[in-house]
Design a binder for this molecule. Structure first.
Ligand code: M7G
Length: 318
């Protein structure tokens, strides 16, 4: 398989695609964050230690996501030895401190979406959610027309498949046009620790939007993703299949079929029962009934200002 070609692809001379990718790992000379003018905070969580901010970079709408990364075990001794401690309080056997770590042990994972569309801003805005139950007919009459006109661009997916972006991050590729896929780290994972391991398998086929399009015809594709995805993760990261949560989202944000591989211990956003469908369940359902996902009702959450929710309301379905 083409697994080793990724490394080679990363070493070729600079092309437009490389420019699109940027110089990964190097300090960014052109920082989109320093020019960022904050409009408002979309969402924040003290528990998850992240904040989602809407603003402008040179008059373009942008979303910046800042997230404190987990403390890495392999950095513990350096962290404890080389940091400065500022005492906050002491009482009997108890004391608390502010630990000031050296800069390289104190990084904040930063994601920038620029230019951001209104839909990006809405995606990250904290909102009330409603559970919708969609029959096969509702999918064809309401959802499909809506997503055909309103969904997020999948240009980033095509860039990955065509090696125009993230080529050096691909950990496995099966190039078969029908059953093949690309496996790479999800951009939510900084790959520094396995606790929050998160990879995505993106299929080469471009004619499968989501779970709803799957029939028994796709079983070779799905079983291939499961077996080769799990093998690769076991080999590369030492994480066995029994420690993985492998699933599809319905509704996804991006309508090009992809499968999420996350650490079982990581409570990834969107891994709840109202949105995540285990790949092994999907395979068994299709083995039992080829049109299972064409016909059955599927429930999923929609945010209060999602245009699709409005369509369901207008059709008297909510
Ligand atoms: P989804 O189920 O369509 O939607 O999953 P969600 O984002 O609401 O979960 C798409 C997955 O692709 C998510 O886990 C994203 O974090 C991930 N993702 C999105 N983008 C734009 C990128 C990207 O540019 N690169 C990579 N590697 N992952 C991405």
């Amino acid at each position: 398989m083409a697994e080793s070609e990724n490394g080679r692809a990363a070493k070729r001379t600079k092309t437009d695609a490389d420019n699109e990718r940027g110089d990964v790992g190097e300090l960014s000379s052109d920082s989109p964050v320093s020019d960022f003018e904050i409009t408002r905070v979309l969402r924040e969580s003290a528990r998850e230690k992240n904040i989602f901010i809407h603003g402008k970079v040179k008059d373009q709408d942008a979303v910046v996501i800042l997230e404190k990364t987990p403390i890495r075990q392999d950095m513990l001794s350096e962290l404890l030895k080389s940091s400065q401690l500022k005492l906050e309080m002491k009482n009997d056997v108890y004391s608390t401190y502010q630990l000031q770590a050296p800069a390289h042990l104190n990084e904040i994972k930063t994601t920038v979406v620029c230019p951001a569309t209104e839909k990006h801003v809405k995606k990250y805005l904290h909102q009330e959610v409603f559970l919708v139950e969609e029959s096969g007919e509702d999918y064809r009459n309401l959802t499909l027309p809506y997503i055909s006109s309103q969904s997020f661009s999948v240009q980033w997916v095509h860039n990955i498949l065509e090696k125009k972006a993230e080529a050096d991050r691909i950990v496995f590729e099966d190039p078969d046009p029908d059953t093949g896929f690309v496996l790479l780290p999800d951009f939510k994972w900084d790959q520094k620790q396995l606790q929050d391991l998160y990879l995505i398998a993106i299929v080469h086929r471009r004619d499968v939007k989501s779970l709803r399009d799957l029939t028994s015809e796709h079983l070779p594709l799905l079983t291939n993703i499961r077996s080769k995805g799990e093998d690769t993760i076991q080999r590369k990261y030492g994480v066995p299949p029994s420690k993985l949560r492998v699933y599809l989202h319905y509704q996804p944000s991006y309508y090009h079929l992809h499968v999420h591989f996350t650490s079982l211990e990581y409570n990834a956003p969107g891994c709840g029962v109202e949105r995540a469908h285990l790949l092994s369940d999907v395979i068994q359902n299709l083995q039992a009934d080829s049109s299972y996902y064409h016909n059955r009702s599927l429930a999923f959450p929609l945010r209060a200002d999602d245009g699709l929710l409005l369509r369901f309301k207008e059709a008297g379905k909510l």
